[in-house]
Design a protein around this ligand. Structure first.
Ligand SMILES: *Cc1c(COP(=O)(O)O)cnc(C)c1O
Length: 390
């Protein structure tokens, strides 16, 4: 056990970190909370947070040039942002659907809450392991049924089995996260198209494509979009966080494409100014060709570096890095170390903050999740792993 190797001072630090994790529940305490509460730590790499750091740099560059250096920042802060339906109008062409089908959220998490609170009445079927909000946000009286993804399949969804499960359980809501968090498994476009068709009689089909910009089907790295499917399949809710692929979790931006009746219902009694000036600025950038051209370069650069990082993870002994088409890898630990001891040792000894998966239901064994960061950070993560796991 690695924890026996910790010095007394390190044990004390470890206890503080574990307490913070307990207080944070099914999410991780932020790196700022940890730095504030455990000042003796020297945190160098945040391998917990799932974002493209190169995209953050790009966004910051635009923000400086266009808002800060020009004094337009004052307008962004002083005035109300546009209403939900106005921002929807901005995104319409880019998302290939009418504004009335687009809903803006204060982060995707707000949309998940809105959709599950308003449209899930009876029973929800969720693949596990998963992003915990999908079952935590269900209202009292709604039945939650889990479809357990199999370890021996690397947690890849078995489509035939899944469809049979849907037939048997008759849920009114199903959730497909693609690529899935925390395992990074990707369902190909062709399979998704089939799933969407087969699920056409389920009242609400949520597709969460928050990590889709990191996925690829071949070396062209073409972007896949499901949003135009909503016209043909009115039961679809396609939602996306902008936090991870654009590296801007702090501004809280997400959108969903869904049937206009759902949206008019939601807007009737809320969500009017749930955006912010900064998030509106981002959404205006998001449809601009000059920004998109630059973003595309950073996206592909990051995918390549990420896949290279995963290849190197596979070389390390005493762990299994599951194949992933997201920007993080699910790691199973083998040499007797618990995930919680792994996380504290990595943090205390090497300044690398990683995510324990001990709170993820549907994972049996010792699991952590490692995010891909910059090339330099990834090197630091790899060298810490080699040193810790031998
Ligand atoms: C992070 C995450 C979200 C929420 O993202 P925000 O836009 O930051 O609220 C939604 N779904 C999945 C699968 C995520 O990992």
């Amino acid at each position: 056990m690695i924890s026996n190797l910790l010095t007394e001072a390190e044990q004390e630090t470890a206890t503080k970190i574990k307490l913070l994790k307990e207080q944070a529940g099914t999410h991780s305490p932020s790196i700022f909370t940890i730095a504030e509460q455990v000042p003796e730590l020297n945190i160098k790499v945040d391998a917990c947070f799932l974002s493209n750091p190169y995209a953050t740099e790009l966004f910051l560059r635009y923000l400086k040039d266009e808002l800060i250096n020009t004094n337009r920042m004052r307008d962004v802060l002083e005035f109300y942002p546009s209403q939900n339906s106005v921002i929807a109008g901005i995104l319409s062409d880019h998302l290939e659907t009418a504004p009335k089908n687009i809903f803006i959220g204060n982060g995707a998490i707000e949309i998940i809450q809105a959709v599950i609170h308003n449209f899930t009445r009876r029973k929800i079927l969720i693949n596990i392991p998963t992003f915990s909000s999908y079952y935590e946000f269900v209202k009292e009286g709604v039945e939650v049924v889990f479809n357990k993804l199999k370890k021996e399949d690397n947690y890849q969804l078995n489509i035939e089995e899944y469809l049979r499960r849907v037939m048997d359980e008759e849920p009114d809501t199903v959730v497909l996260i693609n690529p899935n968090n925390p395992d990074g498994q990707y369902i190909k476009w062709e399979d998704m198209r089939r799933l969407i068709h087969e699920l056409r009689n389920v009242e609400t089909v949520i597709i969460d494509k928050s990590f889709i910009h990191f996925a690829f089907e071949d070396e062209n790295y073409e972007l896949v979009s499901y949003t135009s499917m909503v016209d043909k399949y009115p039961n679809l809710v396609v939602l996306k966080s902008m936090s991870k692929d654009f590296g801007i979790a702090g501004i809280r931006a997400g959108y969903a494409v869904m049937n206009e009746y759902r949206i008019s219902g939601l807007l009737k009694n809320g969500y009017l100014w749930n955006s912010s000036g900064l998030s509106e600025y981002f959404f205006r950038l998001y449809v601009r060709q000059d920004f998109l051209n630059e973003y595309e370069k950073e996206r592909i650069r990051y995918i390549k570096e990420t896949q290279h990082f995963f290849d190197q993870l596979r070389e390390i002994r005493n762990l299994k890095a599951y194949p992933s088409k997201a920007n993080f890898a699910l790691i199973e630990l083998f040499n007797g170390i618990t995930s919680s001891d792994f996380v504290t040792s990595m943090l205390i000894r090497y300044g690398v903050y990683s995510r324990t998966c001990s709170d993820k239901i549907g994972l049996e064994g010792e699991f952590v999740r490692l995010a891909s960061r910059t090339r330099e950070d990834n090197e630091a993560i790899l060298s810490a792993l080699k040193s810790l796991l031998g």
